[in-house]
Design a protein around this ligand. Sequence first.
Ligand SMILES: [Zn+2]
Length: 178
Amino acid sequence: MASAFGHAAAAFTASRFFPKFLMQKRVIFLGVASSIMPDIDVLAFKYGIPYEDLWGHRGITHSIFFAVLWSVALVYLFHSKSKSENKRNLFIFYFLATASHAILDSFTTGGAGVAFFAPFDNERYFAPWRVIKVSPINASRFFSEWGLRVLASEAKYIGIPCLALWGIAKSYKMAKGK
Ligand SMILES: [Zn+2]
């Protein structure tokens, strides 16, 4: 995992690309929760499920398939009365927020790769550049020098790209007059 801060920053950044009226607090909250949610699979360690298993850490909950199902479920549960165009945009937002998690994980320096294509292919993948310092799985270990090094690395490799994307989103919206 990257840290919860790194994942949340990605979800916030994704929200900038959508019309303001759609991105209500509740929606952003769900997006941020979605960006952290895939790590629910660390519970697997508790039950003795090995890392490389489909149900192991960075397995099925980190897949594109899961991101689609999860986003459909959120739209169905929270936005069933929205117009279809809004539903489509909300789906895309939740999907990006959820999928950003696995993408960031694939850039980290530790752990196994990410099962992007599970359950169809349980191969684990990494990005070509592994630059983000991996965050400890045990939260208590985050409050240590390791945590500080993670934050410094995320500021550089997540924070700066996110700021650049915010800038792009802003100028795009200004150009479109939204
Ligand atoms: Zn993860």
